[in-house]
Design a protein around this ligand. Structure first.
Ligand code: AMP
Length: 111
């Protein structure tokens, strides 16, 4: 069981700022920007490459939640979404998640 599953199950605490039937949003414990949120599905998908065609609506929902939460906290004009897919791309928790980063400038290409 991953750490994020334990957060979904409320077995370990997290600073949860949004929750619905499909998704959960909480603050990253090691923020890389003044605002750093993690948007996760409650369904335990390991990584984006493991999502199936049946997950298309769920994946879209996560993107919608990102925008909705960004509007709620007033960062809708400037934020970055990041998904690390696989250990070599920087993924360390193997439960699909979107990073929502805001509150500083971002370089391109990303590091
Ligand atoms: P990734 O490296 O893309 O898999 O991202 C995993 C993220 O989870 C990292 O940014 C960590 O700081 C974050 N993280 C790890 N443990 C916790 C926790 N208990 N609560 C909140 N965020 C966490």
């Amino acid at each position: 069981m991953t750490l994020f599953q334990k957060i979904i199950d409320k077995e370990i605490p997290a600073d949860i700022i949004y929750e619905d039937d499909i998704s959960l949003v909480f603050k990253d414990i090691n923020p890389q920007a003044p605002t750093h949120l993690l948007i996760i599905p409650k369904k335990p998908i390991v990584k984006v490459a493991d999502a199936s065609e049946a997950d298309k609506e769920l994946l879209g929902h996560l993107m919608w939640v990102a925008g909705e939460v960004a509007r709620e906290i007033g960062v809708e004009d400037a934020f970055r979404l990041v998904i690390n897919n696989g250990a070599k791309a920087g993924q360390s928790v193997f439960h699909l998640h979107l990073h929502l980063l805001s509150g500083r400038s971002f370089s391109w290409p990303p590091g």
